[in-house]
Design a protein around this ligand. Structure first.
Ligand SMILES: [Zn+2]
Length: 265
């Protein structure tokens, strides 16, 4: 039976609040006309609004997710952003910002239903307030964390902070990194190897190697976002669980271990 990894991103990420942008084209018949969807309040209004704001999943929703996983005999990698960036730039550790959710996730981990992965410390560029919503434009580009133009220390400090927070709460440091927005620089990879990351899971990971890291390409992963459940409800999770009938749904770490075993002589 083939195995596919199941991965849910953006848990604890404040990008769900700060990443705001609107549609900039509107389709009328065969035409795609320019539309000022990023202007002032327009980007907050459905159907112009494209990403945030939306709510963090509640502890009750997490209980329901764990039950659905049980029923489907599936395991899930939860990619957690370890720090919540407040409006003023203060960064609050995930277990402090969302204590009830953090407890349910820790139960799920100890029952073997979940893997907790590192999805960055902030999910965004914090410097100069670049993550904040703007009046006249979208801010999507700054809701990625590990750009190559950021200095080495940012990559190192952010990955270490995330490993420390998640390791302290969950009792084990994540082995998997899911880079926010699939943006990954050689600086990130070097820093990740130094803080105990063994696996990297993202789009475009195929063919990468080095630094003792095993890459899991999104072609072998059913990747979705907490937004799908926040907006679409449990039905959207059930749809994901039914995407690959017959496949065993495992964590990213399990799939990486299978990949390594297959490569071993
Ligand atoms: Zn993300």
């Amino acid at each position: 039976m083939d195995a596919v990894a199941l991965r849910l991103d953006d848990v604890g990420a404040a990008s769900k609040l700060h990443e705001v942008y609107g549609v900039t084209r509107i389709r009328i018949g065969p035409l795609a006309l320019p539309f000022p969807g990023n202007l002032l309040f327009l980007k907050y209004l459905p159907p112009i609004k494209r990403w945030g704001p939306y709510a963090e999943l509640t502890a009750a929703q997490w209980e329901a997710i764990l039950r659905a996983l049980d029923d489907a005999r599936a395991r899930l990698t939860v990619a957690v952003t370890a720090g919540w960036v407040e409006d003023g730039g203060r960064i609050v550790p995930f277990p402090e910002k969302f204590p009830e959710q953090a407890r349910v996730l820790r139960d799920g981990l100890s029952r073997g239903a979940l893997e907790i992965a590192n999805h960055g410390y902030t999910h965004c560029v914090v410097q100069d307030g670049l993550y904040r919503p703007r009046l006249f434009s979208g801010n999507r580009a700054f809701h990625r964390e590990f750009y190559d133009w950021l200095p080495d220390e940012i990559h190192r400090e952010h990955l270490r902070a995330a490993q420390d927070i998640l390791g302290a709460w969950f009792g084990e440091r994540p082995r998997t990194l899911v880079p926010p927005g699939n943006i990954l620089s050689p600086k990130t990879v070097a820093a990740a190897a130094g803080v105990g990351i063994r696996y990297i899971s993202c789009l475009g990971a195929a063919g990468r190697s080095g630094d003792g890291i095993t890459y899991v390409d999104d072609a072998h992963v059913l990747a979705f976002h907490d937004r799908d459940i926040a907006v679409g409800g449990m039905e959207s999770l059930r749809r994901v669980l039914e995407t690959r009938p017959g496949a065993r749904l495992v964590t990213v770490a399990e799939l990486a271990a299978l990949q390594e075993a297959r490569r071993a002589p």
